[in-house]
Design a binder for this molecule. Structure first.
Ligand code: NAP
Length: 265
């Protein structure tokens, strides 16, 4: 029996990169998506191939669920229980940018509510469901694979960097940054470590509409490591945690941003 990882928003972008890394480690996967079933299926197929290339036989199941919906969050956990029977790693990755980048003097309440629902409420309550199941499993699972469950949340440098044309996104990521200290403090007694990974500028569909802007900023020295980040960069950070390489750390923020967060003079 393999360990199991549930990754939200794993059909594309960063979530897909995380899924591929977890596959090479031998995790069975639940690949969640919202709308793009074909992309999710492709990720699942590619994960099975990546696992095989690494000498691991893994399963990858896809599950449609809108993490902003309470019913869908329950469906996602139930799906994981029924298909793969255990949960060793939850990665809260799914998130959205505003549909329109609008000056905070004009931006709409509808966009704000959408981002809070998907980027904050979704992972907050999915973590609650997953954590309760992990606590239950620690009492009941007679696991051939050691059971050291973990929770990782993908936030953003927007948790602290102000972008006045997407204030709703920044507010949602700043709020999301409180999830990790809260659950880390609450779950340590149950042997569950909790981490935040804070990506910088990563090349995905989310950043495609502003590619030229970031090309120019990166060329101008935005980050000490002078390149775009990739989904694989985030996947490798998840892999370090997934391999239990940070056993005496919880509540940590791991910046995967090419050094964007450094103050320089
Ligand atoms: P992306 O390329 O737009 O992919 C978003 C993923 O989330 C897709 O798999 C999408 O599924 C899924 N998703 C969207 N809404 C969902 C919902 N309501 N329920 C379930 N799944 C949903 O985005 P990305 O760049 O990979 O970003 C992933 C995470 O990293 C987000 O939380 C984002 O805020 C964060 N992040 C990104 C960057 C960056 O530069 N790209 C930087 C910092 C942080 P479908 O395919 O079905 O639409």
């Amino acid at each position: 029996m393999n360990a199991v990882a549930l990754i939200t928003g794993a059909s594309r972008g960063i979530g897909r990169g995380i899924a591929l890394e977890c596959a090479t480690l031998g995790y069975d996967l639940v690949i969640n998506f919202a709308r793009h079933a074909l992309a999710a299926q492709q990720t699942a197929t590619d994960c099975v191939s990546a696992g095989r290339a690494a000498g691991k036989a893994i399963r990858a199941e896809i599950c449609q669920a809108d993490i902003a919906s309470s019913a869908d969050r329950r469906k996602l956990i139930q799906f994981t229980k029924e298909k793969l029977t255990r949960l060793d790693l939850l990665v809260n990755n799914a998130g959205v940018a505003p549909e329109v980048r609008a000056d905070i003097l004009d931006a709409s309440e509808e966009s704000f509510d959408r981002l809070i629902a998907i980027n904050v409420k979704g992972p907050y309550f999915l973590t609650q469901l997953a954590a309760n199941w992990m606590i239950e499993q620690r009492k009941t699972v007679a696991a051939p694979v050691p059971f050291r469950p973990k929770i990782i949340t993908i936030s953003s440098v927007s948790a602290y960097a102000a972008s006045v044309n997407r204030g709703d996104y920044c507010v949602s990521k700043a709020a999301l940054a409180m999830l990790t200290p809260l659950y880390a403090a609450r779950l340590a007694e149950h042997g569950i470590n909790v981490y935040e990974i804070r990506p910088g500028v990563i090349r995905t569909d989310m950043t495609a509409p502003v590619k030229e802007k970031y090309d120019t900023l990166i060329a101008g020295g935005l980050t000490p490591i002078n390149r775009w980040g990739t989904p694989e960069d985030i996947g490798k950070a998840v892999a370090a945690i997934a391999q239990d390489l940070l056993p005496f750390s919880t509540g940590e923020v791991i910046n995967v941003d090419g050094g964007f967060h450094l103050r320089r003079l």
